[in-house]
Write a protein that binds this ligand. Structure first.
Ligand SMILES: C[S@@+](CC[C@H](N)C(=O)[O-])C[C@H]1O[C@@H](n2cnc3c(N)ncnc32)[C@H](O)[C@@H]1O
Length: 226
């Protein structure tokens, strides 16, 4: 494992309190998924949250009627998710931080939606490619990957330094938190985002949409998988 992957793994093993489902999740549902899947069919629709943390997104999709699962490399967060959402604890699974060590994530096949909110940018370019290829290999035709990436407008970028493998160490102390031994794979702009996910053209027939969020700090990728 690289230094950055090991450091991030240690960092996230401390846990990350995030009890609420993000608006970018329920808005995605309203805009993309809800029109695609009638409520009575959702039990057969597989959704996966990659880097699910303490499980709020998985619980949201479960409540909407989907067959939702979540994976995360932090056994602490998965343990907390299983306690908070004890009725769906079987839907949460610890994955290895190294994508090469996971055969697949969540489901071997037939995933309709993968969400990866604030999680893919903790992987180096090589690991990101491997991870997303595995996720896409398990998706059904027309499935959607919805992910956020971190841009240079972020406060974290201002507190990071360059390193040869592209993973930038972030270090700062604020009144709220101390960040150290923490690495981010930043995405500089939309063309960088396109280059970063270029390998997805293997999976995509058409219809890849990359949009830069108005919020500036984050980029969204929502490709439709062939
Ligand atoms: C900022 S938290 C976001 C959690 C959740 N998605 C949310 O939006 O509240 C980042 C999460 O990504 C997970 N993560 C980081 N690298 C990972 C990897 N290589 N494989 C799986 N999960 C990873 C961390 O353990 C952590 O729970």
């Amino acid at each position: 494992m690289t230094n950055s992957a090991e450091s991030n793994s240690i960092f996230w093993e401390r846990g990350c309190t995030a009890p609420n489902v993000e608006s970018i999740v329920f808005r995605t549902h309203n805009r993309i998924l809800a029109p695609m899947f009638a409520p009575e069919t959702r039990g057969q629709v597989n959704t996966l949250d990659f880097g699910c943390g303490q499980g709020a997104t998985v619980n949201f999709f479960h409540q909407q009627g989907y067959n939702a699962r979540g994976v995360d490399a932090s056994s602490k967060d998965i343990g907390i998710a299983c306690k908070i959402y004890s009725d769906i604890s079987s839907k949460f699974e610890v994955c290895h931080v190294d994508p090469a060590k996971n055969d697949c994530y969540g489901f071997p096949s037939n995933i309709s939606l993968v969400t990866a909110i604030q999680s893919l940018y903790y992987l180096s370019d090589d690991n990101l490619r491997l991870c997303v290829q595995k996720l896409c290999s398990s998706m059904r035709s027309g499935g959607v990957l919805y992910a956020t990436m971190m841009g240079p407008q972020s406060f974290f970028f201002a507190n990071s330094t360059e390193q040869p493998d592209g993973m930038r160490p972030v270090r700062f102390t604020s009144t709220r938190q101390t960040i150290d031994h923490y690495y981010v794979n930043f995405t500089m702009d939309e063309s960088h985002l396109t280059r970063k996910f270029h390998f997805l053209s293997r999976f995509i027939s058409a219809n890849m949409r990359l949009t830069t969020a108005k919020a500036k700090a984050k980029n969204f990728i929502t490709p439709s998988v062939a």
